[in-house]
Design a protein around this ligand. Structure first.
Ligand code: DSN
Length: 414
């Protein structure tokens, strides 16, 4: 980044600081990852210079000879990897992608049923402060109070009562697998579309480490930068008969020109995700999450639903007498980065909830395995147990920095 250094040393230094931070910390935010150098190179390419409103072969600007080929490759790779009939790779990110799906298939005011935000759902699945809960009639299902898992009978009963036009399955803080077949049956029974938002688990799906929604959902949406390990962006997959509506909703309905540098990087990430190494990666992400969960339980942590089936762990810290925000901040000072999070039926407010959310996609990308997960869980225990003791937190921070040295991060050259 010599040129950046010369032109704007202030930004250059901050980028380098962030790079060091990502290298020297244990990153447990479940929606984050490390992309490869190849993905970074495509993202930082001259494709950023080009306008391409429209779709391959149907653009509103000339000069698309290379861009059309790049977008076509991305689309074909997405279709092949997920076994989908149609793919749109232009959404800028997950929130606009979900909005495009609603815009394509729902009339204003029709019922949109999703997992409630405090129970692990996403803002764009019909929460009040989001346009999704304002333009459409929000209907919210919750997890069962005892099992802290989705109760499919309760979802069916709610759908029968409320008759949504669309049901959304997917979450940002749900540590268990989704039964897409059950959701598909419920949606069919009430005449609703089923949207599977697999943003968090797309990498696990392609690796065969989580059931596949494509046979059951009318539309599948995923961001490309979480377990899928691509650039920040999103894709919408659907059957042929919905393709035109979806494409029109993305452009010209909601967006202007696609971010071609992102499209190219998505294509690269999809190629990487089709490799046997990625398949192994997806399974290791889950093995690592299970190992970390088991160690945390062993150390007296209370996990929502008792454990995990995927890449994510939700810890309820109530029994440790520490609030989520305080724990997340202390862990960050110790070099372990996670986020505070509500837990189902949380008596506390979202800005200072009872839990923290952890995930293994990033640490697995660095080659860490089960033994390292147990080590990290032990550090977390130490920090939470000594939350007021800056000397103890400082000691952990030194150990974490040293530990990270042994695990190169993809995309970061030391
Ligand atoms: N913000 C993402 C997450 O962290 O789960 C979802 O959009």
């Amino acid at each position: 980044m010599d040129e950046l250094k010369r032109t704007d040393p202030e930004i250059y230094e901050l980028v380098k600081d962030e790079e060091r931070y990502q290298l020297e910390s244990v990153r447990l935010i479940p929606s984050e990852n490390y992309v490869s150098k190849a993905v970074l190179e495509a993202t930082g390419s001259v494709l950023a210079n080009k306008y391409s409103e429209g779709y391959p072969g149907r653009r509103y600007y000339e000069g698309q000879r290379y861009i059309d080929r790049i977008e076509t490759i991305a689309v074909e790779r997405a279709k092949a990897l997920f076994g989908a009939e149609h793919a749109n790779v232009q959404p800028y990110s997950g929130a606009p992608a979900n909005l495009a799906v609603y815009f394509a298939l729902l009339k204003p005011g029709e019922g949109l049923m999703g997992l409630a935000l405090p129970h692990g759902g996403h803002l764009t699945h019909g929460w009040d402060v989001s346009i999704s809960g304002t333009f459409w009639r929000p209907i919210r299902y919750v997890v069962d109070r005892e099992s802290q898992r989705i109760d499919y009978d309760a979802v069916r009963a709610l759908a029968r009562k409320e008759r949504p036009r669309m049901i959304v399955t997917g979450a940002t803080a749900y540590p268990r697998q989704f039964d897409f077949k059950a959701f598909g049956e419920i949606a069919k029974e009430v005449g609703a579309y089923l949207l599977a938002d697999i943003s968090h688990i797309a990498g696990l799906v392609v690796a065969g480490a989580h059931p596949d929604p494509v046979p059951y959902a009318d539309v599948v949406m995923t961001t490309t930068h979480k377990t899928l390990r691509g650039p920040r962006g999103a894709m919408i997959l659907c059957r042929k008969e919905l393709a035109e509506k979806i494409d029109k909703a993305v452009f010209p309905g909601l967006q202007g020109g696609p971010h071609n540098h992102t499209t190219a990087a998505i294509a690269v990430a999809l190629k990487e995700a089709a490799s046997p190494a990625f398949r192994e990666y997806g399974h290791q992400v889950v093995r690592n999450a299970k190992a970390m969960a088991a160690e945390l339980v062993e150390r007296g942590f209370n996990l929502v639903s008792g454990g995990t089936d995927n890449h994510l762990i939700l810890v309820d810290l109530t029994n440790r007498k520490v609030i989520g925000k305080k724990a997340a901040q202390a862990l960050d000072r110790a070099g372990i980065v996670c986020n505070y999070n509500t837990v189902p039926y949380d008596p506390r407010k979202p800005f200072s909830p009872s839990g923290i959310r952890l995930g293994t996609p990033s640490v697995t990308s660095r080659g860490m395995k089960e033994a390292e997960m147990r080590r990290i869980a032990a550090w977390m225990d130490e920090v939470v147990a000594h939350i007021e003791d800056e000397a103890a937190i400082g000691r952990v921070s030194g150990e974490v920095r040293e530990f990270c040295r042994a695990f190169p991060a993809p995309g970061i050259t030391v």
